[in-house]
Design a protein around this ligand. Sequence first.
Ligand SMILES: Nc1ncnc2c1ncn2[C@@H]1O[C@H](COP(=O)(O)OP(=O)(O)O)[C@@H](O)[C@H]1O
Ligand SMILES: [Mg+2]
Length: 255
Amino acid sequence: MPSIRLGIVGKGGVGKTTVAGLVARAYVERGQRVVAIDTDSNPNLGLSLGLTLAETEDVPVLPRSIIVGSGGSTTADRLIAEYGRETPAGPTLLSAIRVAEAGAGCTCGGHATVRGMLADALSDVDVVLVDMEAGLEHLSRSGGTLAYADVLLVVCEPTRKSVLTATRTSALADELGIPVTLAVGNKAQSAEDADFFADTLNDNGLSLAAVLPFDPQIAAADRGGADEDAVTPAALTAAVEQILAAVADTRAAVG
Ligand SMILES: Nc1ncnc2c1ncn2[C@@H]1O[C@H](COP(=O)(O)OP(=O)(O)O)[C@@H](O)[C@H]1O
Ligand SMILES: [Mg+2]
C-alpha cells in the first residue's frame, strides 16, 4: 500500500492546523506511521501535536530548494530521518518554512523542497500530511507545492468568504491534477451552520466529507488554558472518523 499524501488547505484562520493535528492523531491511533509537514511561515502545527512552544520553535527547518529523489542529492526518507522530530501525539513533524526575520525573502525554496518530498518514494510511511500556509499561489501550475498530493482537504468555516476560497482552491487543484478534493466544514455552532456547509459546498460542486463542531476546548487550548489531549468530544471524534472514511473511499474509487 503506497502512502497517502494529504494536503490541508483553506482560508487563513479556518482551522487548517487544528484539523491537520486531529487527522494526524487519528491515523496514528489506527497504527499508521504519519509524517506531518508544517509549511506555515509562522509554524504552529507542533503545538497541535503536543510539543511546547519552545520545542516547536526548536524543530529544525528543512533546507530550501532541495532536489529530492532521482537526480537529487538526498531522498525524502533521509530528510525525514535528519529533520523530523517525534511528537507526543505520535506523528513525526517536519518544519518546512520559517520566517524568523523581517525581509528574509520569499519562501519558494521551502515549498520546492516539500514538493520534492511528496514526489519521492517513501518507505515505511503510511500518511504524509501537509499543513499548508493560507493562500492560493502554492497551487499554481508553475511548481505547485501540492502537485503530488493524492487528496486535498479544503477546510471552511461557516462564512461565504471561506467557501469562496474553497471553491477557488478546488478549481486550482483540478488544474494541477490532484485527483480528489474534499471539503471539511469547521466551527459549526448550529444546525444552520451545518446546512450552510451542505448547501453552499454542494452548489459549488464540492463534496463535504465532514462537519466539525465549534469546540470551546479547542479555543481554550489555543489560549494555553487547556491540555489539547483533553479535547476529544464525541462529535469531534466522529467527524474526524468521517474524514478518514471519506479519504479511504475516494482512494478506493481512484484506485
Ligand atoms: N472546531 C473548532 N472549535 C473552536 N475553535 C477552533 C476550531 N477549529 C479551530 N479553532 C480555532 O480557530 C483558530 C484558528 O485555527 P487554526 O487551526 O490555527 O487555523 P489555520 O491553521 O487555518 O490558520 C485557533 O484559535 C483555533 O483554536
Ligand atoms: Mg495554520
